[in-house]
Ligand binder design. Structure first.
Ligand code: FMN
Length: 383
């Protein structure tokens, strides 16, 4: 589908797809003519049901989507271990290292015990097939227009249920070869996410990846490409669409909006950050993800740091410590503020002003039009 066909199919008028863990952002983007996509990885099925009902009540039938993370390959993906079995796999040396980072900032990490850890097993539950199935059961009880998957080809059942329910299936990729695998699996919307992206990302920059993916998918006319990674302005969106994308998928740009879920102190850090202030690190989930560089991420890059655990264990390990850091940082603890971090892409350097989500959408539209005029003007001068 080209941009116009995609907009017609989804009944949107500006092809901005907004990935967010925050329901308010999803509603605001959808009501502003784009398509909000709610990240569900942190939610129990009951929480997801409540969030989607909340969204349903506010979008008046306009389209929105839900995003899952079911890695194509992950140890134990087919299993359903108990919380105790997962916690037993966290090595004492890793816990001691995480505590030592906090201790070096005068924070007592020993407050993190197994009871606390049990409250942070969302990734371990939802990234497994059994957990994802439960989330999908909820998703298809709501009038969703799109379901997306990160970190590999979605489970066959997800693709089939999408087709049965006339719901577009999307997936993120970081290489052209991955895009072809998604197309072969029947995925409709392929999100080419460059290495600038916040969250999990590959190494290839958006400027190269988007045309590569578009070229590789020419043999798959039923697929549509969205561009992601570093896109926070309308001019970047225009550039991505000039390269063949039918629209853009953005995550970072919403994090400094008034509605975002980002802790206020992290939001301030993001507003002050430059594009160089992010790092692509395995320390958060065991796979490379881009986040705000901080004393916490630096500690994981030191020579003595342990190798991050495989997915999903690293998230189970670090989440309770990072939650403690965020809590203290929000309460004004300066050392905790040095440690605090969150996923964000290199586009953070372009996000200097806190705007509402609506105003961000409007700014993107105006900037997009400006880019279009600049290009048309150039052609006019040539003739
Ligand atoms: C805070 C944050 C959390 C993210 N979590 C997920 C996620 O749960 N699932 C997913 O598919 N992508 C996730 N991503 C990646 C986005 O889907 C998207 O690829 C990325 O944000 C695009 O690049 P940008 O951040 O430069 O806009 C996340 C991104 C951010 C910034």
């Amino acid at each position: 589908m080209n941009a116009t066909e995609l907009c017609q199919r989804l009944k949107i008028d500006f092809p901005v797809f907004a990935f967010s863990h925050c329901r308010d952002v999803v509603v605001e983007v959808t009501n502003a003519g784009g398509l909000g996509v709610l990240g569900s990885i942190k939610m129990s099925p009951e929480e997801l049901d409540a969030e989607l009902s909340w969204i349903d009540e506010r979008v008046g039938g306009k389209p929105y989507g839900v995003d899952l993370i079911v890695p194509g390959v992950m140890q134990g993906k087919e299993q359903t271990p108990t919380a105790e079995q997962v916690l037993a796999q966290l090595p004492e040396a890793h816990k001691a290292f995480a505590e030592s980072i906090l201790a070096s900032h005068s924070i007592d990490g020993s407050a993190v015990d197994d009871e606390t850890r049990k409250g942070s097993l969302y990734f371990s539950n939802n990234a497994r097939l059994s957990g994802a199935d439960q989330l999908l059961d909820i998703v298809f009880r709501h009038p969703v227009a799109l379901i997306a998957n990160a970190l590999g080809v979605p489970p066959a059942e997800m693709v089939e249920r999408g087709k049965q329910n006339d719901v577009l299936v999307a997936a993120l990729v970081g290489t052209a070869a991955q895009a072809v695998r998604q197309a072969e699996a029947g995925v409709d919307l392929i999100i080419a996410a460059g290495g600038e992206a916040g969250g999990h990302c590959g190494e290839i920059g958006t400027m190269v990846l988007v045309p590569e993916v578009c070229a590789a998918l020419q043999a798959y006319p039923n697929t549509t490409v969205l561009a992601a990674g570093g896109i926070v302005t309308g001019r970047q969106m225009a550039a991505a669409m000039c390269m063949g994308a039918a629209g853009v998928w953005c995550g970072s740009v919403w994090l400094t909006t008034e509605e975002a879920e980002t802790p206020p102190m992290v939001k301030e850090k993001m507003l002050a950050a430059r594009s160089i202030d992010t790092i692509r690190s395995r320390s958060r989930t065991g796979r490379f993800s881009r986040q705000l560089r901080s004393a916490w991420t630096d500690a994981w890059e030191t020579a003595g740091a342990p190798t991050p655990l495989p997915m999903p264990l690293q998230t189970a390990l670090v989440t309770p410590y990072l939650n403690l850091v965020d809590k203290l940082a929000s309460g004004g603890n300066a050392a905790a503020q040095e440690l605090s971090t969150y996923y964000v892409g290199q586009g953070v350097g372009l996000m200097g002003k806190p705007l509402s989500t609506r105003a961000t959408m409007q700014a993107m539209r105006e900037d997009f039009l400006g880019a279009w005029e600049r290009l048309s003007g150039f052609l006019g001068n040539e003739s």
